[in-house]
Ligand binder design. Structure first.
Ligand SMILES: Nc1ccn([C@@H]2O[C@H](COP(=O)(O)OP(=O)(O)OP(=O)(O)O)[C@@H](O)[C@H]2O)c(=O)n1
Ligand SMILES: C[C@](O)(CO)[C@H](O)COP(=O)(O)O
Length: 237
């Protein structure tokens, strides 16, 4: 019988948290008594579908990362690797690490996740991984309750039909061969500055459908100081 492709979760914690404005990267700040990164690692550790975890960490913070992983007893953590200058560079670091692992082929399932989305649920992780049996690129997403507009020079230039819009979250899941090839082409285009990994596939592998599964309002990305209180309140629910 053919072997089941492994599910590798890449927790992206390579950012500096400039919008948070704290003295340390936001993933090291505590919410409800634990660092944000610890909440996120625990979610992937607890997921029965995840085989191993690679943590992409901001340079200079590896010691803190190892201490947090130890506190969380993350048995699935296979490596802590350096992040890059941009989120896309950090995704590429995870992709390169995965490709270098023995027995990991192009059909491996790679789940790229923002460390800052500390409230990700087991259901979302499982749905993203399961979807990769049927497609090669998938993201968690939720409908937008706000009207979204396009703005240029302070003036609204378009109001896209809200029924066709969604707010994209993570994890975003990919067959390893696909996301590696798409990022390799993206790296050669200095004008392309993606804010997520699905847009890399859409741009460089437009023939590959990128699907969505239901995310959650809880799966917020802790970005600004006010998000810390929101995350804490959600955790207490
Ligand atoms: N070079 C980078 C930039 C971001 N990230 C990670 O990608 C996720 C989403 O990015 P964001 O929320 O923008 O985090 P920061 O880049 O840290 O925040 P800011 O943009 O405010 O500086 C975070 O978990 C962040 O650590 C990363 O791994 N490597
Ligand atoms: C990947 C992402 O979380 C999807 O919503 C988002 O694009 C990350 O953006 P950021 O500016 O790096 O926080």
């Amino acid at each position: 019988m053919p072997e089941t492709p492994p599910v590798i979760a890449a927790v992206l914690a390579g950012g500096q948290g400039s919008r948070m404005g704290a003295a340390v990267p936001k993933q090291l700040l505590e919410v409800a008594g634990k660092p944000i990164l610890q909440h996120t690692l625990e979610a992937f550790e607890a997921s029965v579908v995840v085989d191993r975890i690679v943590l992409v960490m901001a340079e200079g913070h590896h010691e803190a990362a190892h201490a947090i992983a130890k506190a969380a007893n993350v048995t699935k953590l296979s490596a802590v690797v350096d992040g890059g200058a941009t989120r896309a560079d950090s995704s590429v670091a995870a992709i390169r690490w995965a490709q270098a692992q023995p027995g990991v082929g192009a059909d491996a399932k790679l789940l790229l996740h923002d460390a800052a989305r500390m409230l990700v649920t087991g259901r979302i992780i499982a749905d993203v991984a399961a979807a990769l049996d049927e497609c090669a690129a998938i993201t968690a997403a939720i409908p937008s309750s706000d009207t979204i507009v396009e703005v240029e020079d302070g003036r609204i230039t378009a109001v896209p039909d809200r029924a066709r819009l969604a707010r994209v979250q993570t994890p975003q899941g990919f067959h390893l061969g696909l996301i590696s090839a798409a990022h390799a082409e993206a790296a050669a285009d200095p004008h392309f500055t993606p804010t997520d990994d699905c847009s890399v596939v859409l741009r460089f592998r437009p023939d590959v459908p990128v699907r969505t599964v239901a995310g959650s309002m809880r799966n917020l990305k802790v970005t600004e100081p006010a998000d810390l209180a929101v995350a804490e309140a959600l955790l207490r629910q």
